[in-house]
Design a protein around this ligand. Sequence first.
Ligand code: ADA
Length: 568
Amino acid sequence: MRTFREHCIRQTEWLDGPWNFVKDPGDTGIRDRWFERFPQDSRALYVPSCWNNELSLYDYEGIAWYRKIIRTPDTRHIRLIFHAVLGHADVYLDGRHLGYHYGGYTPFDFIVPSLAEGEHELIVRTDSRLDRLTIPTEHVDWFHYGGIIRLVELQRLPDLHIQRVDIGYELEGADADVTIKVQLRSLSQERVATTLTLSEGGAVFHTGTVSVESGETFDYEVKQRWPDVRLWNVGRPELYEIKARTDFDDRTERIGFRRIETKNHRVLINGSPVYLKGVNRHEEHPEWGFAFPPKLMGKDLDIIRELGCNAVRGSHYPQSPYWLDLLDEQGLVFWSEIPMWGAALPNDTVKEPLFRERALTMIEEMVNLHIHHPSVIFWSVHNEIDSRTQDAYEMTEQLVALVRRLDSSRLVTYATMHPLEDVLLPLFDAIGINKYYGWYEGETAGFGEMLRQFHERAEAMGAGDRPVLMTEFGGAGIYGDTGWEPRLFSEDYQAGIVSEALSIFRDDPKIGGTFVWQFADVRADLHSNGSHFRDRARSFNNKGLVNEYRKPKQAYREVRSLYQSWRD
Ligand code: ADA
């Protein structure tokens, strides 16, 4: 899950490998009781994975149950972390319901105090079905995978454990006012005392003592001025590993110091404008679905760096912490967003309390997951919803207010498909535009006139000073299909659209960056029971610069020659 060790003292174990798995189409009459008696006829399924990558489960959307026996060598408090389960998840331990989570790309956890020595049965019921109130809704342009897509972790906790470590800072020049909050939680029957040390890169910078009453949670806060810190910059990253350690437990977090602002339509990092050269990346692979293996993340990053990129948009959901660790280490910036994907989101959906509540929870979980990564500079609240209405405005106001309350150091943004009618522009620090001239509408040259009108409108709405980011544009090209003429769906046609669009954007001083749609081809939602996206040849969204196995198309080569030649 990470490129560095989060714990050295705390005992952790990955529950990866085969789990018992059974799908539950709901016609057995005993549905929802399988946590009491798991069916005998289950098969083995590797965790983490998506079941839709297995034979006979290709287009199964629905309920599925997982089971794993865990062993505890002695009576201990345990913490179970599910790093990501798609859709609805109910977790049971020895027949007892530990809790429910809705989401897909963020972790949730359960603490079980004093779990007795021996074997225990862990059962997870998942439901991957999408509907009008799920996020995303049932109409979405990616494959409706299901499963436990990131690792499950079993931690053994001491009586007094470190619940969380939050690190914040304010920069004044190169000096940082750092605040470190360590939250300690007691599961003991008695008061427990401990020393607490904080270190950075192995050197202790604070030692204290603390005692926590039985069953209490205690917030320990340290503020310090660190002079002359090494700043994290694009292409020149600098990272700080900060470790909290008690007599019984430890936790390491990693941060980078940088200041993010906007000025003259540009994003500034540490006062210097950075023109964002990016791609949209789904964390998806034809053999692994959303359970993307870390080894391949390294390769994705190599291919993206070779392209000349300094930025990645995590379309369309919070991506793995391992991936963000790699971006932190290589000095690329990241756009993180929740999976609210709207192209045809019915407008009344955005008014629904359950839909909004889910969106707010997803935002909170995303910020929590990614807060310490210096690569993350954007929080995005939605993609292509109907941004022309008052209802959208009200919901967006709520989402933006929450993001700003949780983190005021980054830019809040979104991607609009209605740039000339959008009412949300003034709510954001940067505006993302998704448009497909040359593909879904008109000639590629149409971008020029659209942008002229957009800038006028943004000015009139009081949002004329924001960086405009071209967050999606492109066209489909089937890998290997080339010819003498640029036919629709050929590599040549796609390359033509993308390079012409990039040249138009680069000449527009109000545009602060470009994110090609998309990095790699991804499986599309073309189920037998649905008729959306019938233009997705091969059942893939073929707008990747590389195909689904990361082989480069003509468009990759052309974007590389442009991106590598662009200077800030
Ligand atoms: C949209 C959407 C993407 C993808 C793209 C396309 O803009 O945000 O997820 O569906 O269109 O390929 O049409």
